[in-house]
Design a protein around this ligand. Sequence first.
Ligand code: ADP
Length: 342
Amino acid sequence: MPSSVMPTTIPGSGPQAPAAVSAVGLRKSYGDKTVLDGIDLRIPAGSVFALLGPNGAGKTTTVKILSTLVPADGGQAQVAGHDLAAAAQDVRGAIGVTGQFSAVDGLITGEENMLLMADLHLIPRGEGRRIAAELLERFGLTEAAKKPASTYSGGMKRRLDIAMTLVGDPRIIFLDEPTTGLDPRSRHTMWQIIRELVTSGVTVFLTTQYLEEADELADRIAVLHDGRIAAEGTAEELKRLVPGGHVRLRFTDPEVYRAAATALPGSTADDEALALHIPSDGSQRALRTVLDHLDDAGVEADELTVHTPDLDDVFFALTDGAGVPGQTAQSAQSDATKETVR
Ligand code: ADP
């Protein structure tokens, strides 16, 4: 690795973990379309941050602004301790960006792509070869290194893209939808790579449309909706925002169903399905209370399911579900959840 790298500790940091990225009031419009309407962010160094939002929410725009590719219309940001507007060159020296605008050249081999990056970073030839070999090995590309990158699978291209980014030894990496379009195996490989990056001290700024991905990887998640951060926190904190948890009891005998409804006054009844929904945090204690009530009434349910809130519930509660394009199936699932909240 080259020695001229950014320090991990960002100057001027307080007792809190130093911020790798901080932004206040970022705004961006294209024509009369407001894409970002005042975005605030604070991402501690050495963590994974996920910016979550559906297609067109403004995730790529945020990445492009923070990586100096497009200017913001308003607001301020520091990346790796450098002011975005005043010290764009220093920001560029500290970051790596991979994603939808891949830097991989398909006409040359994986190894040549790596060596080109080493040249761009003005790394001496010998050292460049050593770094390239090391990174190709780390990302499982040694065998394919001498083949044109155009012959690589989608997953291999993404891995090569990240390997190329790491040639410059960035302290902060922006990964714009790193797993969109990948098959499940490649997606898991990518998740593993991201976890390893963080172990080595890199800060990862990730954008994703996948709730599961944010849940798996991110220390903190921000939900982007209508140009603003609708909520921000750990996956657990976000899940606590929505009261989506419930116990569902289903019956086959209408008499038993009615007796259970009387025994559980807080429940919501679904007469057609002969089902009862009882708001619940899904804990053992809450479950026991429900079962005790049923026992006392001398009735037994034919089916019992526990639903604890997940990021889907959070996402759809925050974005009203209906307004989110391309999410109909999950939207319906969320509506089922909300039913119990009322
Ligand atoms: P995401 O990455 O969340 O899918 P984007 O940041 O790519 O969203 O886009 C957000 C919105 O901004 C979209 O409506 C998109 O059409 C619009 N947009 C992005 N880039 C441009 C551009 N260069 N010119 C005009 N509109 C743009």
